[in-house]
Design a binder for this molecule. Sequence first.
Ligand SMILES: [Mg+2]
Length: 178
Amino acid sequence: MTAYPATVLAKARTIRLLVLDVDGVLTDGRLYYLTGGGEAKAFNTQDGAALKMLMGTGIATAIITGRRSDVVDRRARELGIAHVQQGVDDKAEGLRVLQAQSGLDASVMAHMGDDVPDLPLFRRVAVAFSVPGAHPVVTARADYVTRATAGMGAVAEVCHLIMTAQGTWNDALARIDR
Ligand SMILES: [Mg+2]
């Protein structure tokens, strides 16, 4: 199993809420425009399973995305992601709303993002996660860049990292593998 840097594990130990960007984090960043209107996105089942495991350990999750898409609401509902904000131009403002909604301070949150609009969140949360192929400015500021790529298990890797840091992984796995 993957070994993570001790510095990142130490930072992730007190995280209570994981904030996720959508395009380029939960997906590979490509937007499928369908003939006749509508839009499609490809989400990853391993990311979904890992998010459910993480939430099962008492960690909350949230989505803050700049775009707006019905499929994001559907995916969030399916996974039980409680806090969803779409069409957010200013993610710092999105974070203020999330703090009010969740009753949690940014100091107990982690954010996973891939592009420049994610930087205000990186500035404010306790741990910043990014993905291979993210904007170089973003990867430079991340505490940890996943080995898995976006839309291909990167979110699952971060979930595993947080559970490993908090010592909840073995119990979470045992609840499934029995
Ligand atoms: Mg993005």
